[in-house]
Design a protein around this ligand. Structure first.
Ligand SMILES: Cc1cc2nc3c(=O)[nH]c(=O)nc-3n(C[C@H](O)[C@H](O)[C@H](O)COP(=O)(O)OP(=O)(O)OC[C@H]3O[C@@H](n4cnc5c(N)ncnc54)[C@H](O)[C@@H]3O)c2cc1C
Length: 525
């Protein structure tokens, strides 16, 4: 999987693609896998890196959404719980179950949450992850030794899934490629082209690396641009009513001392009425999130001061060691592509709102937009979208086959690979690479497990094109410890320069660009 091969495939493809997908997040890549696995001819274009948008900035939970239970949306929870189960089956190297403890400080909380979580477990049916139960105060503290004891009455335990979002996405890109799709990062779709009847019949696009413009024809164009969906819709129809209501959520990352043990904390009701998680993730503690309405989406959103203060204060109410700004190793923000009701109501032609969770929307120009939903349900969203897009494009009928399609790197026994476990079966190849040259097994920073060979692997086989791609999404260094990531950057740039043929000017530019991005992941005094 490399850029040269992708360009070769495009050049060798003069006719219209069956399906052209715009957007390389979980939704777009999910559509790419589904359509390619059905035998359709697919091109996917991403303006930045795969996963640069929301799909690398989530809480990293494959979950049914305990919160939706409270809202009485049983169907939505069941759908997500089933998808959680399929994800574990198809990508056991990237998804694992995680024990969550809901600490109880009021007398009514234990039976209330105990019953609710039992229902959550039952709804998963054969896709269940583990048995929920009520815990005594002592048991709660056994699972969560750093929980505040004052007023603690007990807790309730339940199980959900956890994954590394950007890493899963890269393996999904590889899966789509193996199914025959052509996927390019750093190609921006700048416009939509139309036939004589005014129906979208392709895109105009720009290679961000070279500035070259080109046109690609398609029988159907799928808009999977997440929080940016309305921008592309406006290119097809300047009068299109908006679908997306963007909302920002942030996370803070601390070292593992704040949450010792292997369990996560779930606070079901924060002072702003949301859920807060504190989760062990890659040897660190991830705490989030917030829900702040914003005017418009940006590719590199920045955490707001009040969001940072809110998370610090709320975490401090539950953890014995209250975290401070100085303890924050990384802060990252993401944008939820929520679907608002008003835009849908005023749209011209809405084919389906297949659940309250996601929407497949067809504009009068024939542009298909898939938006809303969540990471966990990407496969189901893709199935719905491809069903409708294929009908619209009059493609030959072909059933969805992703229920049991393994994600690239599928491997059940990954513990043997240590810190390379997230690569699944690719870890064998990375180990071989380490043996080819001395020093490739050396860590790039004492605070993080990443070794030099992973940088070469990312550039050679995972389409990493920038220092940021490698440090933010091929490894998760930037998300775990921004200062350590910054310290690693020069060595990463050297390795990538040798691999991708960068000259000194490019190397310097790459480092400057990374410094810029990394500065918003650090808290300054
Ligand atoms: C704070 C937060 C926490 C979350 N936690 C969870 C969780 O724990 N579990 C869960 O299941 N879900 C979670 N979600 C939801 C989940 O992250 C999103 O639903 C999902 O990532 C959306 O994916 P997407 O592909 O639709 O959007 P994105 O990942 O944003 O992808 C859209 C892509 O389109 C590209 N693009 C835009 N315009 C163009 C163009 N003109 N040309 C080419 N490319 C373009 C962008 O660059 C971007 O990469 C969370 C979301 C947030 C914000």
């Amino acid at each position: 999987m490399n850029r040269a091969e992708m360009w070769r495939r495009i050049e060798a493809h003069p006719k219209a693609w069956d399906m052209l997908v715009v957007g390389g997040g979980a939704t777009g890549v999910g559509v790419g896998i589904d359509a390619a696995a059905r035998g359709y001819d697919v091109l996917l274009l991403e303006q930045s890196d795969f996963g640069k948008g929301s799909s690398s900035r989530s809480t990293k939970l494959a979950h049914g959404g305990v919160r939706y239970l409270e809202q009485g949306d049983i169907g939505l929870v069941m759908e997500a719980l089933k998808e959680r189960g399929l994800l574990l089956q198809n990508a056991p190297h990237l998804v694992h179950d995680l024990r969550f403890v809901v600490p109880n400080y009021d007398w009514w909380e234990t039976p209330f949450y105990g019953l609710g979580l039992k229902l959550y477990e039952l709804l998963a049916g054969k896709y269940g992850f583990g048995t929920s139960r009520i815990l005594s105060k002592e048991e709660t503290l056994e699972h969560l030794p750093t929980l505040k004891t004052e007023g603690l009455r007990g807790g309730a335990v339940y199980y959900d899934g956890q994954f590394d979002d950007a890493r899963l996405l890269i393996h999904m890109v590889a899966t789509a490629f193996e199914q025959g799709a052509t996927l390019l990062n750093y190609v921006e779709v700048t416009g939509l082209t139309k036939d004589a009847q005014g129906f979208v019949d392709g895109v105009s696009a720009r290679d961000v690396e070279t500035g070259n413009q080109f046109r690609a024809g398609a029988k159907v164009v799928v808009n999977a641009t997440g929080a940016f969906s309305d921008l592309l819709r406006l290119k097809a129809d300047p009068s299109a009513a908006p679908l997306i209501v963007p909302s920002q959520g942030i996370h803070l990352v601390f070292d593992s001392s704040f949450l010792q043990g292997e369990s996560a904390v779930m606070v079901p009701h924060t002072s702003d009425g949301r859920v807060l998680f504190a989760i062990p993730w890659h040897g660190h503690t991830l705490v989030g999130t917030t829900d702040t309405p914003i005017a418009a989406a940006t590719l590199e959103p920045v955490a707001m001061e009040q969001e940072i203060e809110f998370i610090l204060a709320t975490a401090g109410q539950y953890l014995t060691k209250a975290p401070t700004r100085d303890d924050v190793l990384s802060v990252f923000a993401g944008i939820r592509p929520l679907v608002g009701a008003t835009g849908v109501a005023s749209s011209v032609f809405r084919t389906a709102a297949l659940s309250r969770d996601h929407v497949v929307h067809i504009d009068r120009s024939g542009l298909v937009t898939i938006c809303g939903g969540k990471w966990t349900t990407y496969r189901h969203m893709a199935e719905d979208c491809v069903d409708q897009a294929a009908t619209l494009a009059q493609l030959p009928d072909s059933p969805c086959v992703t229920h049991h399609l393994h994600i690239h790197g599928f491997c059940e026994a990954t513990k043997q690979f240590g810190s390379l476990a997230v690569y699944g079966s690719d870890a064998y190849e990375i180990r071989k690479l380490i043996q080819t040259s001395t020093g490739l097994g050396e860590p790039l920073h004492e605070a993080l497990p990443y070794v030099k060979a992973e940088v070469i692997w990312a550039a050679r086989h995972e389409m990493a094109r920038t220092v940021e791609d490698t440090l933010a999404r091929r490894t998760r260094a930037l998300f775990l410890n921004a200062r350590a990531a910054l310290a690693m950057a020069p060595a990463v740039a050297d390795l990538m320069a040798a691999e991708l043929g960068w000259d000194e000017v490019t190397r310097t530019k790459q480092l400057a660009a990374f410094r810029d991005v990394a500065s918003s992941y650090m808290l300054h005094p």
